[in-house]
Write a protein that binds this ligand. Structure first.
Ligand code: FE2
Length: 392
């Protein structure tokens, strides 16, 4: 199971310009507080994020159609932007002519990915434009620490787009960090934990209630009830919910227990997965966020419980170590209005810093997509391989 870090398989791309005759995406530097050089196994000199801005001949204001056309052409050339994401983890686009959810939706769709359907949603996410919803709207004081999106359920997106529609003056940054680097560091510093995690995986218990569990939370019907109709009796409702759960395609590795006020799902999942194309191990997890949520925000807000795959608790010292390493390898994105961040969710983690001012001072929209491939298995066990969810 020892993972050889095949550094030669993850290659940087030539720096500089990604161009069409009418528009160029030009690389630029951010202040050192907002950008850093990634450690191993990333190639030397790789920044997170890779910051790009459009530039047109004669400095004409770029128009959205040209931007979209450029993105499509770059993606048609062997997925140039997708490959950049797989190396840098996160891209920042600044200075785009994006002003609302519809512009953002069109830009995000230009990458050519398939919109991600959230199965088993735990937050209420109203649709603002095709495949665009508000990012997590918890109160501004709440810290959302670094995590890969949806590690606690079997169906996770591969790409996450965030658009800064309104940005606060102080705070509200979006952190970013590499899950490849996190794995690498954790394997060096807490190898016994990594071995145990690899061998046992994670048991994730997610509670869904008929009524929402907190402000901004979802109901069971929002989570799994899309086929439920007015007048369905209890047995029909349950059967329809179970049919949605079956779409995860996890067989015996997803079980559930009905209660009077809802249902508890238990997933056995791999926390270490591999990056398609390089087979590098990536720590695909929300464990540091789970830990910080309890430390910083208080116990009440975790609707999931995370254990080792054999049901034993994960010692807190390991969770604390993951958070410490993440503190050392993460960087905070200071938002400017109109910024778009794109995360490769297989290898990069995101989150949200608290901010000062009004709740409404920070409006970030999100758009989630599936990739062509899901991450690979780190060990040769059935449960360690995640699958694409079934259509339905
Ligand atoms: Fe998230």
């Amino acid at each position: 199971m020892a993972a050889t870090l095949k550094q030669e398989t993850i290659q940087p791309f030539e720096a500089g310009r990604l161009a069409l005759p009418s528009l160029t995406f030009e690389q630029f530097d951010l202040p050192s507080t907002n950008q850093r050089l990634l450690g191993a196994p990333h190639p030397e000199g790789t920044t997170i994020p890779l910051a790009l801005r459009p530039s047109s001949p004669g400095d004409a204001e770029p128009n959205l159609d040209t931007v979209i056309e450029t993105v499509k052409q770059l993606q048609a050339q062997g997925g140039i932007l997708t490959k950049k994401l797989a190396v840098h983890g996160t891209l920042l686009f600044r200075g785009l002519p994006i002003h609302d959810a519809n512009d953002f939706s069109r830009f995000a769709h230009a990458f050519g990915y398939k919109p991600h359907e959230i199965i088993g949603i735990v937050v209420n996410r109203p649709l603002l434009a095709p495949n665009v919803a508000p990012a997590n709207e918890s109160p501004k004081e709440v810290l959302i620490y670094n995590h890969n999106e949806s590690p606690q359920v079997p169906h996770a997106p591969e790409y996450i787009f965030f658009y800064g529609h309104r940005v606060p003056e102080k705070g509200g940054e979006s952190p970013m960090s590499s899950s490849l680097e996190l794995f690498h560091r954790a394997q060096q510093e807490i190898p016994e934990f990594i071995n145990e995690l690899a061998e046992k995986g994670i048991l994730s218990r997610v509670t869904y209630k008929v009524d929402k569990q907190y402000a901004g939370g979802s109901t069971l019907k929002q989570a799994f009830g899309k086929e439920i109709q007015e007048g369905d009796d209890e047995a029909t409702k349950r059967a329809k919910i179970e049919a949605q759960i079956a779409r995860y395609g996890r067989g015996k590795y997803t079980t559930w227990e009905w209660a009077d006020d809802g249902i508890v799902l238990t997933h056995k999942l791999p926390a270490i997965r591999t990056q398609p194309g390089t087979d590098l191990p990536t720590l695909f997890t929300g464990l540091a966020a789970y830990y910080k949520n309890i430390q910083v925000n208080g116990k009440g807000r975790n609707v999931t419980q995370q254990l080792f795959g054999d049901g034993t608790p994960i010692p807190e010292k390991y969770l604390a170590a993951l958070a410490r390493i993440t503190d050392e390898i993460r960087v905070l994105h200071k938002w400017q209005r109109g910024d778009v961040l794109v995360y490769d969710n297989i290898i990069a983690q995101h989150g949200r810093q608290p901010w000062e001012g009004e709740q409404s001072d920070r409006v970030i929209q999100a758009s989630l997509f599936d990739g062509e491939k899901v991450p690979g298995a780190y060990i040769d066990e059935d449960w360690a391989q995640v699958v694409q969810a079934l259509e339905g």
